[in-house]
Write a protein that binds this ligand. Structure first.
Ligand SMILES: *Cc1c(COP(=O)(O)O)cnc(C)c1O
Length: 378
């Protein structure tokens, strides 16, 4: 059996709510308040309610959300921030862009999130190297929440803040808590291919701290104070467009159903592929978003080619850990702890289709194709 199973299908949801989204966009256009219009406030209330954070502050994208978080937390020039090496570039980029030093931490197999042990080791190595660690950016890679219980304890013990890069995990829960409530601030992305995507770039920050929420709001509008021409701090222009907010208000109405479908597909993969390839391990009491369903496979590049020949799309997130990227390889925080597991992950990972509009027949094709390719390469 061969198929044409795509990794993502950005248009499929339009069969369900395309008309409602188009009507909401038309209303927003007719309304004329295209910057910080009523849809932005409506979305922020919906997002905060969805995850249980006191405040949701929307913004232009998740990279800016992380930057706003770092600024609100008071990151200074030369400060050191712990972050995983096996992640999307933006996680470390925002640290470096603000003149601080990313200190790379290894991931913890069989999962892909940062290792608590490596984090503790990296904090000590950074201090020995004369750096001043001030915080940790954790990443919920592929939509599986990081080990927050242990990370929050380490952060508290070491006197560091914790910023959650939840770009892939809005909607996930861990130990009865929702993503958006971990760390001092969380940041998420509404990039189209993320589990909750808009029709362009978009993002949001979440916090339970009213002081930080006020700073985040001020920072996204040029450090505004009492009004537009009162500038109390150096900020950014990082607002979410009203049109994107209107799209997201509609998409939130079907988000739970979409997550349920992703989780059902992931369960099927777990049941049928665990003996065949390395399937993702989910922590106890955890419901991921399954932004990606990422396998560890042998001979990854041949594996991917063979899957493609069977009509199944796949992708490598990410082919190179950040400490091996020219932009980060020579920084003072690059070589402080072993990053061998990040390198191994980068050579083994392969993400297979898990989007919510896959049919059962397509899921079967994926399972059968992965099984056949694995047998071929065994
Ligand atoms: C997508 C992503 C980002 C960046 O999100 P944008 O909205 O595209 O800026 C940051 N971190 C991680 C882990 C991501 O997956």
């Amino acid at each position: 059996m061969t198929g044409n199973v795509r990794l993502v299908d950005l248009l499929a949801h339009r069969r369900v709510i395309g008309d409602a989204i188009d009507a909401a966009v038309s209303r927003t256009i007719a309304d004329g308040r295209w910057i910080m219009g009523p849809a932005v406030g409506e979305l922020e209330a919906g997002l905060a309610a969805r995850c249980g954070a006191s405040s949701a502050v929307t913004c232009s994208n998740c990279t800016d959300a992380l930057k706003l978080g770092l600024l609100a937390l008071g990151l200074g020039h030369g400060d050191a921030v712990l972050c995983p090496s096996f992640t999307f570039t933006a996680t470390a980029e925002v640290i470096a862009l603000l003149g601080a030093v990313p200190v790379f931490v290894d991931c913890e197999p069989p999962g892909f999130n940062l290792s608590v042990e490596s984090t503790v080791e990296a904090i000590a190595s950074a201090r020995r190297a004369g750096l001043v660690p001030v915080g940790i950016i954790s990443v919920d890679l592929f939509g599986v929440p990081a080990g927050y219980e242990a990370l929050e304890a380490v952060a508290a013990e070491e006197g560091l803040w914790l910023l959650a890069d939840a770009a892939q995990s809005f909607g996930a829960t861990l130990g009865g808590r929702a993503v958006g409530t971990f760390g001092e601030v969380s940041a998420t992305s509404f990039f189209p291919a993320k589990p909750l995507g808009c029709y362009g770039d978009g993002g949001a920050t979440f916090t339970d701290d009213d002081g930080l929420a006020g700073k985040l709001r001020s920072l996204r509008s040029h450090g505004q104070g009492a009004d537009k021409y009162d500038n109390v701090r150096v900020g950014m222009n990082a607002r979410l467009d009203s049109i994107q907010a209107a799209v997201l208000v509609e998409k939130l109405t079907i988000f739970d159903g979409e997550l349920e479908r992703r989780r059902a597909i992931a369960r099927t993969y777990g049941e049928r592929l665990a003996e065949v390839v390395g399937t993702p391990q989910v922590p106890e009491r955890c419901e991921p978003t399954w932004a990606q369903y990422t396998l560890r496979v042998p001979e990854r590049d041949s594996f991917q080619k063979r899957l493609a020949a069977a009509g199944v799309d796949s992708a490598v997130y990410y082919p190179r850990p950040l400490h091996r990227q020219p932009a980060y390889s020579s920084g003072p925080g690059a070589g402080l702890v072993s990053l061998a597991e990040s390198e191994r992950a980068a050579s083994e990972v392969l993400s297979i289709p898990v989007h919510p509009y896959l049919t059962d027949a397509e899921v079967d094709i994926v399972v059968e194709s992965v099984t056949a390719v694995a047998a071929d390469l065994a």
